[in-house]
Design a protein around this ligand. Structure first.
Ligand code: SIN
Length: 270
Protein backbone atom coordinates (compact mmCIF):
# COMPACT_ATOMS: atom_id res chain seq x y z
CA UNK A 1 0.00 0.00 0.00
CA UNK A 2 1.30 3.50 -0.83
CA UNK A 3 1.59 6.43 1.50
CA UNK A 4 -1.66 8.28 2.23
CA UNK A 5 -1.86 11.68 3.91
CA UNK A 6 -5.28 12.63 5.24
CA UNK A 7 -5.66 16.17 6.64
CA UNK A 8 -7.12 16.33 10.14
CA UNK A 9 -8.40 19.88 9.56
CA UNK A 10 -7.74 22.38 6.78
CA UNK A 11 -5.52 24.29 9.25
CA UNK A 12 -3.33 21.78 11.11
CA UNK A 13 -2.50 18.08 11.32
CA UNK A 14 -2.59 15.09 8.97
CA UNK A 15 -2.85 11.36 9.54
CA UNK A 16 -0.23 9.45 7.56
CA UNK A 17 -0.66 5.77 6.76
CA UNK A 18 1.11 3.22 4.59
CA UNK A 19 4.55 3.60 6.17
CA UNK A 20 6.52 1.63 8.75
CA UNK A 21 8.62 4.15 10.67
CA UNK A 22 10.87 1.35 11.97
CA UNK A 23 12.29 0.90 8.49
CA UNK A 24 11.79 4.40 7.02
CA UNK A 25 14.86 5.78 5.26
CA UNK A 26 16.12 9.12 3.92
CA UNK A 27 13.87 8.92 0.82
CA UNK A 28 10.78 8.56 3.08
CA UNK A 29 12.05 11.48 5.17
CA UNK A 30 12.02 13.72 2.07
CA UNK A 31 8.33 12.92 1.38
CA UNK A 32 7.33 13.23 5.04
CA UNK A 33 9.26 16.50 5.36
CA UNK A 34 7.11 18.16 2.66
CA UNK A 35 3.91 16.96 4.35
CA UNK A 36 5.25 18.04 7.74
CA UNK A 37 5.95 21.60 6.56
CA UNK A 38 2.46 21.76 5.07
CA UNK A 39 0.41 20.23 7.92
CA UNK A 40 2.81 21.07 10.79
CA UNK A 41 1.92 17.93 12.78
CA UNK A 42 1.88 14.41 11.34
CA UNK A 43 0.13 11.54 13.10
CA UNK A 44 0.79 7.82 12.60
CA UNK A 45 -0.97 4.73 14.01
CA UNK A 46 0.33 1.26 14.88
CA UNK A 47 4.05 2.07 15.04
CA UNK A 48 5.39 -0.45 17.54
CA UNK A 49 8.90 1.01 17.63
CA UNK A 50 11.64 -0.03 20.00
CA UNK A 51 13.44 2.89 21.68
CA UNK A 52 16.35 2.34 19.26
CA UNK A 53 14.00 2.50 16.23
CA UNK A 54 12.32 5.63 17.61
CA UNK A 55 15.72 7.31 18.02
CA UNK A 56 16.86 6.12 14.57
CA UNK A 57 13.74 7.53 12.86
CA UNK A 58 14.18 10.86 14.67
CA UNK A 59 17.85 11.00 13.64
CA UNK A 60 16.74 11.10 9.97
CA UNK A 61 15.70 14.71 10.74
CA UNK A 62 18.92 15.91 12.34
CA UNK A 63 20.95 15.97 15.51
CA UNK A 64 19.02 14.87 18.61
CA UNK A 65 18.74 16.71 21.89
CA UNK A 66 19.44 15.34 25.37
CA UNK A 67 16.97 16.97 27.76
CA UNK A 68 18.91 18.15 30.84
CA UNK A 69 15.89 17.83 33.16
CA UNK A 70 14.51 14.55 31.79
CA UNK A 71 17.40 12.55 30.36
CA UNK A 72 16.91 9.05 29.00
CA UNK A 73 18.96 5.99 29.91
CA UNK A 74 22.66 5.47 29.16
CA UNK A 75 21.88 3.59 25.93
CA UNK A 76 19.42 6.21 24.64
CA UNK A 77 20.10 9.53 26.40
CA UNK A 78 17.78 11.31 23.89
CA UNK A 79 14.79 9.16 24.85
CA UNK A 80 12.49 11.07 27.26
CA UNK A 81 9.76 9.23 29.18
CA UNK A 82 6.74 11.31 30.28
CA UNK A 83 4.59 9.42 32.77
CA UNK A 84 1.46 10.29 34.70
CA UNK A 85 0.41 8.14 37.62
CA UNK A 86 -2.27 8.55 40.28
CA UNK A 87 0.45 9.81 42.66
CA UNK A 88 2.28 12.01 40.16
CA UNK A 89 -0.33 13.30 37.71
CA UNK A 90 2.19 15.19 35.57
CA UNK A 91 0.88 16.50 32.28
CA UNK A 92 2.11 19.29 30.04
CA UNK A 93 -1.24 21.05 30.47
CA UNK A 94 -0.05 24.40 29.13
CA UNK A 95 0.24 25.64 25.59
CA UNK A 96 3.92 25.46 24.72
CA UNK A 97 6.56 24.59 22.21
CA UNK A 98 9.37 22.39 23.49
CA UNK A 99 12.49 23.78 25.20
CA UNK A 100 12.04 27.40 24.08
CA UNK A 101 14.26 28.26 27.08
CA UNK A 102 17.23 27.08 25.01
CA UNK A 103 19.20 29.60 22.96
CA UNK A 104 18.54 27.23 20.04
CA UNK A 105 15.15 25.60 20.78
CA UNK A 106 14.17 22.38 19.12
CA UNK A 107 13.22 21.85 15.49
CA UNK A 108 10.63 19.19 16.20
CA UNK A 109 9.53 16.40 18.51
CA UNK A 110 8.42 12.83 17.88
CA UNK A 111 6.10 11.49 20.59
CA UNK A 112 4.96 7.88 20.84
CA UNK A 113 2.15 6.68 23.11
CA UNK A 114 3.02 3.58 25.10
CA UNK A 115 0.16 3.48 27.67
CA UNK A 116 -3.06 5.31 26.94
CA UNK A 117 -5.78 5.87 29.57
CA UNK A 118 -9.20 4.40 28.69
CA UNK A 119 -10.64 7.93 28.41
CA UNK A 120 -8.92 11.28 28.07
CA UNK A 121 -5.22 12.11 27.76
CA UNK A 122 -5.55 13.59 24.26
CA UNK A 123 -3.00 16.14 23.05
CA UNK A 124 -4.11 19.37 21.35
CA UNK A 125 -1.96 21.11 18.73
CA UNK A 126 -2.10 24.70 17.53
CA UNK A 127 -0.94 26.23 14.27
CA UNK A 128 1.01 29.30 15.47
CA UNK A 129 1.16 30.70 11.90
CA UNK A 130 -2.65 30.68 11.62
CA UNK A 131 -2.85 32.11 15.15
CA UNK A 132 -0.58 34.99 14.07
CA UNK A 133 -2.64 35.49 10.90
CA UNK A 134 -5.81 35.73 13.02
CA UNK A 135 -4.50 38.85 14.83
CA UNK A 136 -5.81 42.25 13.81
CA UNK A 137 -3.46 44.58 11.86
CA UNK A 138 -3.20 46.76 15.00
CA UNK A 139 -2.07 43.81 17.13
CA UNK A 140 0.43 42.69 14.48
CA UNK A 141 1.88 46.18 14.48
CA UNK A 142 1.93 46.31 18.29
CA UNK A 143 3.99 43.10 18.67
CA UNK A 144 6.24 43.64 15.66
CA UNK A 145 9.89 43.68 16.84
CA UNK A 146 9.10 42.78 20.48
CA UNK A 147 11.26 40.31 22.35
CA UNK A 148 10.18 37.88 25.11
CA UNK A 149 12.15 36.30 27.95
CA UNK A 150 12.14 32.49 28.21
CA UNK A 151 13.27 30.61 31.31
CA UNK A 152 13.41 26.87 32.16
CA UNK A 153 12.82 27.64 35.87
CA UNK A 154 9.09 28.19 35.35
CA UNK A 155 8.59 24.47 34.65
CA UNK A 156 11.76 22.65 35.62
CA UNK A 157 13.12 24.80 38.48
CA UNK A 158 11.96 22.37 41.15
CA UNK A 159 13.77 19.47 39.50
CA UNK A 160 17.16 21.11 40.08
CA UNK A 161 18.90 20.33 43.41
CA UNK A 162 19.69 23.36 45.57
CA UNK A 163 23.46 22.85 45.21
CA UNK A 164 23.20 22.64 41.38
CA UNK A 165 21.10 25.76 40.82
CA UNK A 166 23.97 28.16 40.02
CA UNK A 167 25.70 25.68 37.70
CA UNK A 168 22.42 24.89 35.90
CA UNK A 169 21.59 28.57 35.48
CA UNK A 170 25.06 29.16 33.98
CA UNK A 171 24.46 26.34 31.47
CA UNK A 172 20.90 27.42 30.60
CA UNK A 173 20.75 31.21 30.99
CA UNK A 174 17.61 33.27 30.70
CA UNK A 175 17.01 33.53 26.95
CA UNK A 176 15.44 36.12 24.67
CA UNK A 177 13.48 35.26 21.52
CA UNK A 178 11.34 37.36 19.16
CA UNK A 179 7.63 37.45 19.98
CA UNK A 180 6.97 36.83 16.27
CA UNK A 181 9.22 34.21 14.74
CA UNK A 182 9.85 33.69 11.02
CA UNK A 183 9.96 30.00 10.12
CA UNK A 184 13.43 29.34 8.65
CA UNK A 185 12.12 27.00 5.92
CA UNK A 186 8.69 28.33 4.93
CA UNK A 187 9.26 32.03 5.69
CA UNK A 188 5.89 32.12 7.51
CA UNK A 189 5.50 34.37 10.55
CA UNK A 190 4.13 32.87 13.75
CA UNK A 191 3.48 33.62 17.41
CA UNK A 192 6.49 32.49 19.43
CA UNK A 193 5.47 33.17 23.03
CA UNK A 194 4.06 30.45 25.24
CA UNK A 195 2.52 30.12 28.69
CA UNK A 196 4.99 27.50 29.93
CA UNK A 197 8.38 29.14 29.53
CA UNK A 198 7.89 32.86 28.83
CA UNK A 199 8.15 35.09 31.91
CA UNK A 200 7.57 38.48 30.27
CA UNK A 201 7.90 40.69 27.22
CA UNK A 202 10.82 43.12 27.29
CA UNK A 203 10.51 46.90 27.01
CA UNK A 204 6.88 47.20 28.14
CA UNK A 205 5.27 47.49 31.59
CA UNK A 206 4.47 44.34 33.57
CA UNK A 207 0.79 45.01 32.97
CA UNK A 208 1.24 45.40 29.21
CA UNK A 209 3.39 42.29 29.08
CA UNK A 210 0.61 40.28 30.74
CA UNK A 211 -1.96 41.72 28.35
CA UNK A 212 0.15 40.85 25.29
CA UNK A 213 0.91 37.30 26.45
CA UNK A 214 -2.75 36.66 27.32
CA UNK A 215 -3.93 37.98 23.95
CA UNK A 216 -1.44 35.81 22.05
CA UNK A 217 -2.38 32.75 24.10
CA UNK A 218 -6.05 33.33 23.27
CA UNK A 219 -5.11 33.32 19.57
CA UNK A 220 -3.07 30.11 19.99
CA UNK A 221 -5.86 28.29 21.84
CA UNK A 222 -8.68 29.19 19.44
CA UNK A 223 -10.49 26.04 18.21
CA UNK A 224 -10.20 27.52 14.70
CA UNK A 225 -6.42 26.92 14.62
CA UNK A 226 -6.14 23.73 16.67
CA UNK A 227 -6.72 20.00 16.35
CA UNK A 228 -7.03 17.34 19.03
CA UNK A 229 -5.42 13.92 18.77
CA UNK A 230 -6.90 10.85 20.45
CA UNK A 231 -4.02 8.51 21.24
CA UNK A 232 -3.96 4.75 20.84
CA UNK A 233 -1.04 2.61 22.02
CA UNK A 234 1.73 2.94 19.38
CA UNK A 235 0.36 6.16 17.89
CA UNK A 236 2.97 8.76 17.01
CA UNK A 237 2.68 12.53 16.71
CA UNK A 238 5.48 14.45 15.09
CA UNK A 239 5.29 18.24 15.32
CA UNK A 240 7.25 21.25 14.11
CA UNK A 241 8.25 23.12 17.27
CA UNK A 242 9.10 26.22 15.26
CA UNK A 243 5.49 26.97 14.28
CA UNK A 244 3.18 24.91 16.52
CA UNK A 245 2.30 24.64 20.17
CA UNK A 246 0.78 21.72 22.03
CA UNK A 247 -1.23 21.10 25.21
CA UNK A 248 -1.54 17.71 26.92
CA UNK A 249 -5.00 17.43 28.45
CA UNK A 250 -5.04 16.41 32.10
CA UNK A 251 -8.44 14.73 32.18
CA UNK A 252 -7.66 11.09 32.94
CA UNK A 253 -6.72 11.00 36.63
CA UNK A 254 -6.14 8.55 38.33
CA UNK A 255 -5.40 6.43 35.25
CA UNK A 256 -1.87 5.76 33.99
CA UNK A 257 -0.48 7.43 30.85
CA UNK A 258 3.01 7.01 29.40
CA UNK A 259 4.39 8.70 26.32
CA UNK A 260 7.96 8.73 25.00
CA UNK A 261 9.60 11.61 23.19
CA UNK A 262 12.66 12.15 21.05
CA UNK A 263 13.43 15.76 20.16
CA UNK A 264 15.43 17.13 17.23
CA UNK A 265 17.81 20.07 17.76
CA UNK A 266 16.89 23.36 16.08
CA UNK A 267 18.34 26.79 15.36
CA UNK A 268 18.16 30.24 16.89
CA UNK A 269 14.75 31.89 16.28
CA UNK A 270 14.75 35.04 14.17
C1 SIN B 1 5.08 17.16 25.57
O1 SIN B 1 4.82 18.30 25.94
O2 SIN B 1 6.03 16.92 24.83
C2 SIN B 1 4.19 16.01 26.00
C3 SIN B 1 2.87 16.05 25.34
C4 SIN B 1 1.96 14.97 25.84
O3 SIN B 1 2.19 14.41 26.92
O4 SIN B 1 0.98 14.68 25.15
Amino acid sequence: MGLTIEPMTACIGALVSGIDLATAGPEDQVVLHDAWLKHKVLFFRDQDLTPAEHVRFAALWGELEVHPFAPGDSEHPEFVVIESTADAPYAAQMWHSDVTWRVEPSLGSILRARNVPPAGGDTCFSNAVAAYESLSPAWKERIDGLVAVHDFVKVFGERVDADKKAETRAKYPITEHPVVRTHPETGEKCIYTNGAFVSHVLGVSAEESKEILAHLERAISSPNVTCRFRWEPNSIAMWDNRCTQHFATSDFWPEYRRVERVTICGDRPA
